[in-house]
Write a protein that binds this ligand. Structure first.
Ligand SMILES: NC(=O)c1ccc[n+]([C@@H]2O[C@H](COP(=O)([O-])OP(=O)(O)OC[C@H]3O[C@@H](n4cnc5c(N)ncnc54)[C@H](O)[C@@H]3O)[C@@H](O)[C@H]2O)c1
Ligand SMILES: O=C(O)C(=O)C[C@@H](O)[C@H](O)[C@H](O)COP(=O)(O)O
Ligand SMILES: [Zn+2]
Length: 364
């Protein structure tokens, strides 16, 4: 078992990563001050519920917790205000009070959604992240919680840190292959923005990761969470440094919104977005290796690097104007300068961005 801390003063919390943690959940909850006196709500989705919900419920009940569960449809469309309202209804019906805790059991969709319920229910209750996807090594750490608007990703949200993150690697064994690949996108991102050696390790271990080799997975998620924790600890609310975690997201979020949330998985959209950022890096003078390596690592992880032909470039450009980084009428991008280092570029010329989006359809 590996343990990491997200250092945020009085909001600091641990991340536990290991095999077989879910059946032991109640002892971790008790250790970290989750109250048995107030009811607790587990939020999960239909795919995760059938595989892992009863293990968590049984562990918590045997530890003395009163547990209610809410199951949402799986997929990005559940990150909506309509589903949020249903969850608040469920929380009220289950008698959750100000000392209650909301538990997110699932991937990033459930984490962001349940986290936003926790941030807003009675103006904020405790929250625990129990991630079950590879991608959720990113979403479960750092406290960004949100739902989508048809025009823009994650546009209704808050910062609300969990009490702990309990990451049972065994749950990942039931992930469908497409979700495994999509999750690796953010793992690779953490190497590309922060740690060239780790980016190389991802390339060297891509086959093992795709085969869900437990040792490789444990190391990859530990490294990814370490990068995320280091960045968030220095800049919790994205005043400056934290923006680097958005590599590939200016284009990626626009692709998700334009496709109506669902055609491209988040990790797939970010993979294509990171190719766009690498091309932008070349425009700013980065060595060719930035682009070739980015493309090679993502391809080895089975991720898309080409924008499907039917995506409308005008619609993508419009959607990018709603990005949270778009300010003072200029485009802001995270741009690689070398493998393992990035810079935030403001005032990125719109015609460069348009050319790059068009080029993305031509990637081999
Ligand atoms: N808050 C953040 O910092 C942050 C960071 C990265 C991504 N995100 C968000 O995370 C979301 C994407 O997360 P995701 O890729 O985990 O998607 P997801 O939550 O939709 O999970 C992917 C799919 O896998 C299924 N699934 C989950 N765990 C499973 C398991 N163990 N076995 C079998 N099936 C399982 C789910 O039902 C779903 O169909 C996006 O909405 C993205 O915006 C947030
Ligand atoms: O935690 C962050 O900060 C990130 O940027 C991580 C991203 O992978 C994630 O997709 C996040 O939700 C994007 O944040 P947003 O503020 O651009 O919506
Ligand atoms: Zn992301």
């Amino acid at each position: 078992m590996r343990e990491l801390m997200v250092d945020l003063g009085e909001r600091s919390y641990p991340i536990y990563i290991g095999e077989g943690l879910l059946p032991e959940a109640s002892s971790y909850f008790l250790k970290h001050g989750i109250s048995t006196k107030s009811p607790l709500l587990i939020v999960t989705d239909s795919e995760v519920a059938s595989r892992h919900l009863s293990t968590l419920e049984n562990s918590l009940r045997s530890g003395g917790f009163t547990v209610a569960s809410a199951i949402v449809d799986s997929g990005e469309s559940s990150k909506s205000l309509a589903v949020l309202e249903k969850l608040v209804t469920k929380a009220l019906e289950a008698g959750l009070d100000r000392k209650s805790t909301i538990v997110a059991l699932g991937g990033g969709v459930v984490g962001d959604l349940a986290g936003f319920v926790a941030a807003s229910y009675m103006r904020g209750v405790k929250f625990v992240q129990v991630p079950t996807t590879i991608l959720a090594h990113d979403s479960s750490v750092g406290g960004k919680v949100a739902v989508n608007h048809p025009l823009a990703k994650n546009i209704i949200g808050a910062f609300h840190q969990p009490e702990l993150v309990l990451y049972d690697l065994n749950t990942l064994q039931t992930l469908p292959p497409r979700e495994v690949k999509a999750g690796l996108s953010e793992v690779v991102k953490h190497g590309l923005i922060w740690d060239a050696e780790f980016a190389q390790w991802c390339e060297d271990h891509a086959e093992k990761l795709l085969a869900l080799d437990p040792d490789s997975l444990g190391y990859a998620l530990y490294k990814g969470c370490s990068v995320k924790a280091a960045v968030v600890s220095q800049d919790e609310r994205e005043n400056d440094l934290r923006a680097i975690l958005n590599l590939g997201h200016t284009i990626g979020h626009a692709l998700e919104a334009v496709a109506g949330y669902g055609e491209l998985l988040h990790g797939e959209a970010i993979s294509i977005g990171m190719i766009g950022s690498a091309r932008l890096g070349l425009r700013y003078g980065a060595p060719e290796e930035v682009y070739t390596t980015t493309k090679r690592v993502l391809s080895k992880c089975g991720l898309p690097v080409k924008l499907p032909e039917h995506f409308d470039v005008d619609a993508i450009m419009d959607a990018m104007m709603h990005d949270k980084k778009f300010s003072e009428k200029t485009m802001v991008f995270v741009v690689p300068t070398a493998i393992g280092t990035v810079e935030i570029k403001k005032d990125v010329p719109t015609d460069w961005v348009r050319e790059i989006v068009e080029q993305l359809k031509l990637e081999a």
